[in-house]
Unconditional design. Structure first.
Length: 404
């Protein structure tokens, strides 16, 4: 119809945005006037969020660093009783340390540090010969006890063949003698404790086990004429022993001395050496059995010198075969088998090769000396000999010679 408005198309002209504007104009004007307030609200909200985030981050970082609010206090065990099991390493050390001393030795040409332990309440102290040797005849020996007290000492007697010495302090009371064990009772694998002053660190305690028994070792030999060589049928231990431990006790699980720490095997030497050198422990330490130490100490205290058991023969130390060969002559050109001596009485002859002592093999002249020195003069030995391709056994009673 002319003049009539076209019918409304509810779909073709649908505009959701336009529809939203089909309101009364009066409704739109106020909206335009409120926009600045809305922007202020949004800006304020953003500012609050930023400030809150910053504060929250700072608080969180603080808490993360300090684990919470307030002073930090870490958990710790409370006081405990000082006592230890008497058979523990700590218990053994507590009982033994009062009996162990550090020796500072000085002479005209040398000085050194070693260890010793108290034998009786008269002031006798057992140590190694190579510890006191630098003092010579005019040097000084200062003994420092575990308490820190010091005293001067003098040599009662020493023997290089056994590498043992006894010194004595005067005017000292309240001494604590070290209890002595029995090295014959020791078994491989037994726990042991060593006490000494390695590198002058007095009262150092280490522990380990008996690694082997009757280990034939020789130490010394710096003199060149073998006069200072010691022969020991030693106890071997893996308890760390270092320079300065020399003369200190090797203790059993009951705190009794079963050996005197004397030598170590170092990685660069290839042989046993007295621990007076500067080599360190590689777990191969050697101790003189206390049974031998006791006998020698008693002789040194009572007579000033030790006796050595002897067979009465001269050995060919250059022999490279298996066993110990009797020389053709002694060093002075005399007979290698001492006339009337134990060897001669048993029928030993020059050229005989001794291969065993009491059934135990010996592989060199040094080992035969070691096995012999492990006995007392007057002990009876059975030797196995090889002569002209045949094996024979002889029995003899060890003689005696004075030591140095």
């Amino acid at each position: 119809m002319p003049g009539a408005e076209p019918a409304a198309d509810p779909w073709g002209r649908y505009d959701p945005w336009a529809a939203a504007q089909q309101h009364d104009p009066a409704d739109r004007a106020p909206g335009r006037r409120r926009r600045p307030a809305a922007k202020a609200l949004v800006g304020g909200a953003l500012l609050i969020a930023l400030v809150s985030g910053g504060i929250g981050g700072a608080v969180g970082a603080h808490l993360e660093r300090n684990g919470g609010m307030g002073t930090v206090e870490l958990p710790q065990a409370g006081p405990e009783a000082a006592g230890r099991d008497p058979d523990s390493v700590a218990g053994i050390a507590a009982r033994a340390l009062p009996s162990v001393v550090t020796l500072h030795v000085s002479g005209s040409e040398a000085a050194g540090t070693g260890t010793g332990f108290v034998l009786d309440d008269r002031g006798h102290i057992l140590t190694n010969n190579h510890v006191v040797e630098p003092a010579g005849s005019g040097g000084e020996i200062t003994v420092t006890f575990n308490s820190g007290d010091t005293a001067e000492a003098e040599v009662v007697g020493r023997d290089s063949g056994y590498d043992l010495a006894v010194v004595k302090v005067k005017g000292v009371t309240g001494l604590t003698p070290m209890p002595l064990g029995n090295s014959e009772n020791v078994r491989v694998g037994d726990p042991v404790v060593a006490i000494g002053a390695p590198f002058d660190l007095a009262g150092t305690v280490t522990s380990g086990i008996i690694s082997a028994k009757e280990r034939p070792i020789t130490a010394g030999g710096e003199e060149g004429d073998a006069s200072d060589v010691s022969y020991v049928d030693a106890l071997q231990t893996d308890a760390p022993i270092n320079p300065g431990n020399s003369g200190g006790p090797l203790l059993d699980a009951r705190g009794r001395a079963i050996g005197i720490n004397s030598a170590i095997r170092s990685a660069d030497s290839g042989s046993a050496e007295s621990d007076g050198g500067q080599a360190g422990s590689i777990g191969l330490g050697f101790a003189i059995p206390i049974n031998q130490g006791k006998r020698v100490a008693e002789e040194l205290i009572n007579t000033g010198k030790a006796t050595h058991p002897v067979i009465g023969i001269t050995l060919d130390m250059n022999y490279t075969g298996d066993g110990a060969r009797v020389s053709a002559k002694d060093s002075d050109g005399g007979p290698a088998v001492t006339t009337g001596g134990p060897g001669a009485k048993a029928g030993i002859k020059p050229g005989d090769v001794i291969t065993a002592v009491d059934g135990q093999r010996v592989h060199s002249g040094e080992e035969l000396i070691v096995k012999t020195r492990a006995h007392r003069p007057g002990d009876r030995l059975e030797l196995t000999l090889e002569r002209g391709g045949k094996e024979t056994k002889v029995s003899l009673v060890l003689g005696s010679s004075g030591g140095d």
